[in-house]
Design a protein around this ligand. Structure first.
Ligand code: PBG
Length: 332
């Protein structure tokens, strides 16, 4: 649709901007607490909180405190949370078995939240990096991140998470064929109602730096993730990936990072019309927080404006570390 404009002065586009009331009536997009997915970091211990230096305001929390945070999400009207484990270095191996241990930190957190706060949807992360001695999302053999063997491991991980009550699985590994393999296994094992939100267009981005600190993967990672995550120069490839993941049984798709890739969000939404999400990643959060702490920008206004950008770009929701802060701001 092409907007029409009458010649001046028949059209004075400032008329609809003249007051709060007129601006409210003509507003095209709104952000709501219901669009938010709150990512959180879980660590071992009891009543344990650890600050993440590169993500001001974000803490790793032990399971009891994560359960409290899930209650807070529910009370704020945030429909979903997403869990990332801080795995002890002693549990990281080259074969990554801890990833599908039914009793690992992440799985214990899922079942604790599920029984305490069943209304909140629990999203997970599926990738081997928290459990991998070399920090990669896949199994490494002779310097190569091997695809098919990794997919077998990811399927075990997915089933273990579904078993303890995960509602939305989030494969963030970028291996080929993983969505189909997971969907087939979930159907076969009686988990046909577990949703998959695929990290479909996940770019090899430098914006993930603070996250890797938060999950303790920074020291471990050898090399980069360019053989599996996307080249930031590409756009058409993202559409091929979305089509592929949908054909394999993904329910929802994600673009990641968020703000630098809003063009991709818009293309995905326009091309497929499926539930589309963006991940406003750790580096995006850190940049806004750091500038706000320096007094260089108004942190709250920039936060809200950044989230509006995702709605404008066609996203149905956003994973953001700002989730509780945004919800508090929106709820007044
Ligand atoms: C791991 C994973 C990453 C993020 C989510 N899952 C990091 C990576 O791929 O290296 C990044 C999230 C963020 O930066 O906030 N598979």
């Amino acid at each position: 649709m092409r907007p029409t404009v009458a010649p001046f002065p028949a059209a004075r586009l400032r008329r609809t901007r003249k007051s709060d009331a007129l601006r409210a009536l003509t507003r095209e997009n709104r952000i709501s607490c219901e669009d938010l997915i709150w990512p959180m970091f879980v660590c071992d211990g009891q009543n344990e909180r650890q600050t993440v230096g590169s993500m001001p305001g974000v803490e790793r929390k032990s399971i009891d405190l994560i359960v409290e945070a899930a209650r807070e999400a529910r009370d704020l009207g945030i429909p979903a949370i997403c869990l990332f484990p801080y795995t002890d270095a002693s549990l990281k191996t080259e074969t990554c078995e801890e990833a599908w241990n039914p009793d690992n930190l992440s799985n214990r957190a899922i079942s604790a939240i599920k029984s305490a706060v069943p209304e909140v949807a629990i999203m997970t992360d599926i990738a081997l990096d928290p459990y991998n001695a070399n920090g990669h999302d896949g199994i490494v053999r002779n310097g190569e991140i091997v695809n098919d063997e990794t997919v077998d491991a990811l399927v075990k991980m997915a089933l273990a998470q579904a078993e303890v009550g995960a509602d939305i699985l989030g494969p963030s590994d970028m291996m080929d064929g993983r969505i189909g393999a997971m969907r087939t296994a979930l159907e076969a094992e009686g988990h046909s109602n577990v949703a998959i939100l695929s990290y479909t267009a996940k770019y090899a981005s430098a914006f993930y730096g603070p996250f890797r600190d938060a999950v303790g993967a920074s020291g471990a990672l050898k090399g980069d993730k360019k053989t599996y995550q996307m080249d930031p120069a590409n756009s058409n490839e993202a559409l091929r990936l979305v089509e592929r993941d949908l054909m394999e049984g993904a329910d929802m798709v994600m673009v990641k990072p968020g703000m630098p890739y809003l063009d991709i969000c818009r293309r995905v939404k326009d091309s497929f019309g499926v539930p589309t999400y963006a991940y406003q990643v750790s580096g995006e959060y850190a940049m806004i927080k750091a500038a706000a702490q320096n007094g260089w920008i108004d942190g709250e206004k920039v936060m809200l404006e950044s989230l509006m950008a995702f709605r404008r770009a066609g996203c149905d929701g956003v994973l953001t570390y700002f989730a509780p802060e945004v919800a508090r701001a929106l709820n007044g």
